[in-house]
Design a protein around this ligand. Sequence first.
Ligand code: NI
Length: 133
Amino acid sequence: MLKRFSVSIKKEVSDRFDEFVKKSKFSNRSQVLNYLIGQELVNLQWQENKEVAGALIMVYDHHKRDLVQQLLGIQHDFVKDIISSQHIHLDHDNCLEVVVVKGKAGRAKELLNEVKAVKGLKHVALTATTVGV
Ligand code: NI
């Protein structure tokens, strides 16, 4: 079901918004607003420690045994929050790991902070998303 409502915004902002819509791949203003509001509502879920989902991505050299052991240990500490993981051998040295979490946002953030603190990681990033409700 769609709901219609009118909003008042500064002309300058409205003009810039229309320009953005034109340049984007979105077909109209409503589609852009739906997208932006959806993004913000997901952000709010994360801020309010709601049930969320996310994907933690890590890149590291698997020859660094201590690092690998630490990452494994952390993942076992978060076994109730991690619902899936995938390990990809990028090349002879580098591995990419995707760890999917589902649960309270705070737990996912804790996991991110623990992983960030591991020395020697080449990159770590958390994509924060929703469980869909
Ligand atoms: Ni590997």
